[in-house]
Unconditional design. Structure first.
Length: 85
């Protein structure tokens, strides 16, 4: 465990394909955001955050709602583990 927390002697180097993909992505995003005002960029960022949070909450709600859990039925044919009564 102690060896995992040691400081690296050499710097970590990324693969060249990863670096080229990162560079292309940053250039594309820079060109898309070039003509936008600061106000518009903040609005788009907040819209993205709100939609992402809404989707996350929707998935969490569906996971724990009783409607969804009642639809799942486990039969002895589908279970590979034998149930001991």
């Amino acid at each position: 465990m102690k060896s995992l927390l040691k400081k690296r002697e050499t710097a970590f180097t990324y693969h060249r394909h990863y670096l080229s993909a990162q560079k292309k992505w940053s250039e594309k995003m820079s060109s898309l955001a070039e003509g936008c005002s600061k106000r518009k960029l903040i609005f788009l960022l907040s819209l993205f955050v709100i939609l992402s949070a809404g989707y996350l909450l929707y998935n969490v709600y569906n996971t724990f709602s009783e409607k969804e859990t009642q639809q799942v039925k486990i039969s002895e044919q589908t279970v590979k583990i034998k149930i001991i009564d």
